[in-house]
Design a protein around this ligand. Sequence first.
Ligand code: UFG
Length: 323
Amino acid sequence: MRILVAGGAGYIGSCTTEYLLDRGHEICVFDALLNGHRQAIDDRAQFVFGNLEDYSAIDKTIKDFKPEGVIHFAAFIEVGESMKLPGKYFRNNVANAMNLAEACATNGVRKIVFSSTAATYGMPKNIPIREDEPTIPINAYGESKLMFEKILVWYEKIHGLQYTALRYFNAAGATEKHGEDHNPETHLIPLVLQAAEGKRPHISVFGTDYDTPDGTCIRDYIHVLDLAQAHLLALENQTSGAYNLGTGNGHSVKSIIDTVKSVTGKNFKVEYADRRPGDPARLIADSTAAKTILGWKPKYDDINAIVESAWKWRLKFPNGYQN
Ligand code: UFG
């Protein structure tokens, strides 16, 4: 398949690009390198340096490359920042994304696969979370993703552009070549690994008084290659809809710290801090729909293996893509 990957220089985008190339697909990465890395773009992919705010750039890229499918990863992802700069999130994650949808519809692309998020659910009442859980985001980031999901529903109805929105839970882990390198880093596993490397004086645990067995937040950490697999299945699938992607296992912040200590064999300082605003106590996916409808078969359900893959990548690339 010829696949355009918008945002292919970022964490999940680069791992998915590698996964697709390994399976013989032809890839064009379209990325403005705002948060992504030039070094994260696989040599086997074509690369177009461009920003989705520029309609003519994405339109020309689609006209030239003629993709059968498009995957859209090119969004801002920081929940905290979205609560300070909502305009930045709505402009890029909604308005600029519409340029991509419009260019797909205009040029007859069959399918778009969209990186959505568990943040569309807000504070879910039912755990594990199914797709019919009410979507009531509690931050501008989650709202921006939900808005674009809704826009895609109308592009399908009116233009026949099929879509799949993949609602990721907590992406984690790495491939041999590609891993997580955000600046600034805000995600738990890479931060704990940096503490293990001695690059941070300590790791802070945000909140110890949640209604969970050890008082810390519980998340569902899903390996990035399992996410990658779901994108290919979604492109091959001829229907539209939204799917949760997680392992169905919950891990507390404290248990992740213990896992990192055991995987790395390193000890480091842990500090207990206040809650971080906007954190739900528990997010665990029910991914039955992705398994039954898309045929998704995640391979990693062991958190040790997930953390180990991230650690191996850090050992190989101690300064991330700055090497
Ligand atoms: N945490 C800490 N200390 C830190 C960093 C994080 O205790 O230094 C805690 C957070 O409070 C949270 C958990 O670790 O309870 C996981 O936090 P992350 O920042 O790694 O991930 P989030 O669950 O906040 O968000 C991630 C993605 C979102 C996505 C969401 C869906 O960043 O884009 O998962 O589950 F929407």
